[in-house]
Design a protein around this ligand. Structure first.
Ligand code: NAD
Ligand code: ZN
Length: 343
């Protein structure tokens, strides 16, 4: 079977023939991958940045976002059967640590990530434990089911707060920020302001329903937000991983408001917590992954009911063999989500 591999330590990937997985563990499932989507993490591994060098042990089949079909199940599998269409939570919890036992599997101490710590899904057949499979509703197109995992990030970040009737600022309109715009709207936010610096993504933020899009390189974000809202926004969803966006975003939050942080800053950053957070009584949430599986249920319902439409987030669906084109698009940020089609 074909697979996209990080074959050796160093930049780039290679597509090559590898053996189809033979033996399934008792709770393992063999999934025929039908769609797989490219995440920023895959790009980090492609570039072989510092984080990848410390974490990835080649050779490794990369990729973690997917939609596929169950083709074989291990002897103890009870939750899925051959023919089921599934997406996957990519954070594989141990199910026995303190966090797992207390309803917080998304921060499992012994977490293993698909396509990072074990072979992933940029291949024709992948072995995935049944614990993390999500049988998505049949109304959801495969192209959208493939991106349910990052969509879950948007949902998790947005819905730790109650957005009903609230003014929201989303900093960063990458794929996850774009999805968050729609989630915030669906959840009843009264105003969704988005800040973004990239022209294509500014356009996409508008297409995905942002009420106001501000380019902080052209307009003063804080001044603009206070002019529009008078008191500032109730909630900040930080989805850029940019220090300036976080700092200015926090300043845009009204005293006593909330900030939900998803963006990864890639190291320590220097901000004044006293004046930005503590003295202004801001509640801050750190978001990692998706809640298992309440986030997935919400993702499924929002897609099934079409309260969220990902057709303006998934910008490219390309044949698996043309994966290099997909990475090119991601590297140059000329896209929303890029989905590889393996059918
Ligand atoms: P992305 O990099 O495609 O999107 C980030 C966007 O922020 C880009 O469009 C960029 O132009 C914009 N941006 C940069 N500087 C900005 C600024 N000063 N003001 C406003 N916008 C600015 O990433 P994504 O895939 O959409 O993910 C969003 C963030 O979430 C990333 O930082 C990613 O690493 C992180 N992430 C975190 C988790 C988690 O579990 N915590 C999971 C997935 C992704
Ligand atoms: Zn655990």
């Amino acid at each position: 079977m074909k697979a996209i591999l990080k074959e050796n330590a160093g930049p780039g990937f290679i597509m090559k023939e590898v053996d189809k997985p033979q033996k399934l563990g008792p709770r393992d499932v063999l999934v025929k991958i039908r769609r797989a989507s490219i995440c920023g993490t895959d790009v980090h591994i492609y570039k072989w940045d510092e984080w990848s060098q410390s974490r990835i042990k080649p050779p490794l089949i990369v990729g973690h976002e997917m939609a596929g079909e169950v083709v074989e199940v291990g002897e103890a599998v009870t939750q899925v059967k051959v023919g089921d269409l599934v997406s996957a939570e990519t954070h594989i919890p141990c199910e026995h640590c303190y966090q797992c036992k207390t309803g917080r599997m998304h921060v499992c101490k012994n977490l293993e990530i698909l396509g990072v710590d074990r072979n992933g899904v940029f291949t024709e057949y992948a072995v995935i434990p049944e614990t993390v499979l999500w049988k998505f509703s049949k109304e959801i197109p495969l192209d959208f089911a493939s991106v349910m995992e990052p969509f879950g990030n948007a949902i998790h970040t947005a819905l730790v707060t109650d957005l009903t009737g609230k003014k929201v600022l989303i900093t960063g309109a990458g794929p996850i920020g774009l999805m968050a715009i729609q989630v915030a709207k669906a959840a009843g936010a009264s105003l969704v302001i988005t800040s973004e610096v990239d022209p294509l993504r500014i356009k996409m933020a508008k297409e995905n329903g942002a009420d106001i899009v501000i380019d902080p390189t052209k307009q003063d974000l804080i001044k603009s937000v206070y002019t529009i809202t008078e008191d500032g926004v109730d909630i900040l969803l930080e989805m850029s991983g940019n220090k300036k966006a976080l700092e200015d975003g926090l300043k845009c939050v009204t005293m006593g408001g909330e900030a939900s942080l998803l963006g990864i800053f890639g190291g320590s950053i220097d901000i004044n917590l006293d004046s930005l957070v503590i003295m202004r009584g801001i509640t801050v949430y750190g978001i990692t992954g998706r809640r298992m599986f309440d986030t997935w249920k919400v993702a499924d319902e929002l897609l099934k009911s079409k309260k969220v439409d990902l057709s303006k987030v998934v910008t490219h669906v390309i044949p698996f063999d043309e994966w290099e084109k997909g990475f090119e698009l991601m590297l140059n940020k000329k896209c929303g989500k890029v989905v590889l089609n393996l059918d």
